[in-house]
Design a protein around this ligand. Sequence first.
Ligand code: PA5
Length: 319
Amino acid sequence: MGVEGLLEGFYEQIVYEDIGKDLSGYKGIVFCGMGGSGIAGTFASKWLNHRGVKIPSFVVKGYELPPFVDDSYLVVCISYSGNTEETLSNFEEALKRGIKPVCITSGGKLKELAEKNGCEVYEVPKGFQPRYAFGYLLSKALCLVGISPEEMEDAKENVRENLNKIKEEGYRIAERLYGYVPVVYSTPLTDAIAERWKGQINENAKTPLYYAVLPEMHHNEVMGWNNPSLRNKFHYIVMYDAKDHHRVKLRVDITLKLLKDMGIVPIVLKGEGNSYLSRSLYLVHLADWVSVKLAELYGYDSLKVDTIERIKEELKKYD
Ligand code: PA5
């Protein structure tokens, strides 16, 4: 299947399953994972906070679990390949602390170790690049932490209904970004989306992308704008969510005003949809189309990630 076919099938990956855990007995939830897998944990954690779930959830993207994580925490290890060393390290560390992590994977060592140690494994279909299996990984993560079938279906329908619109908008944005380093200015409700944009543009289009988050960026990033010879090397994208804090939305307006005063015309993005998840997946899917079109414009194969693979091979020499 070509990459367009893969993207057109994204909404079909969003599937509800009745695997929700009773979260009331946990002190917190930790999602572990890297890159195209870890981002599913980032979204699940954001979703939990937005839903007002009263236990903390956070993401670990590295080798070590924080020292306070013990067997009163739900640990979810997400690795599409099941062979990512940072996630395997988290898994093994959790076992040492008497935790049985719940695993989301298509196989590899993670599946093998999880089954050997009596941990729950939720499998996703094999044969994808991890970032193209995002819908599967996210669905499992959200279902585990209790999303309703209705909310999931609404998000899926929203992407399906808007697919052509998202694709066309993605192509237009790619044309605008061509030749520039994209910089995304996001908000507390869209920073996970900005992170996904970064991953997709980096990996698919072989293009650097940086992002900053409001309100923090109003305390540092904005001073970089004083340097016209550098600021004009970037193309700016401003994204926010309808439910962001009212002062954050005010800061979005001020950001747009300041950029306009400098003669900068940013791309302004706000997800469409009934729920936070629907609006988020709208913008997530937009990044899919932007990144594959940008890859095409630069003449790159959006499926290849040779530098990532080379680093993994280099590391294996020191196993
Ligand atoms: O998208 C990718 O290919 C990478 O970002 C991978 O997701 C990352 O290297 C981690 O691998 P995995 O998803 O198999 O754990």
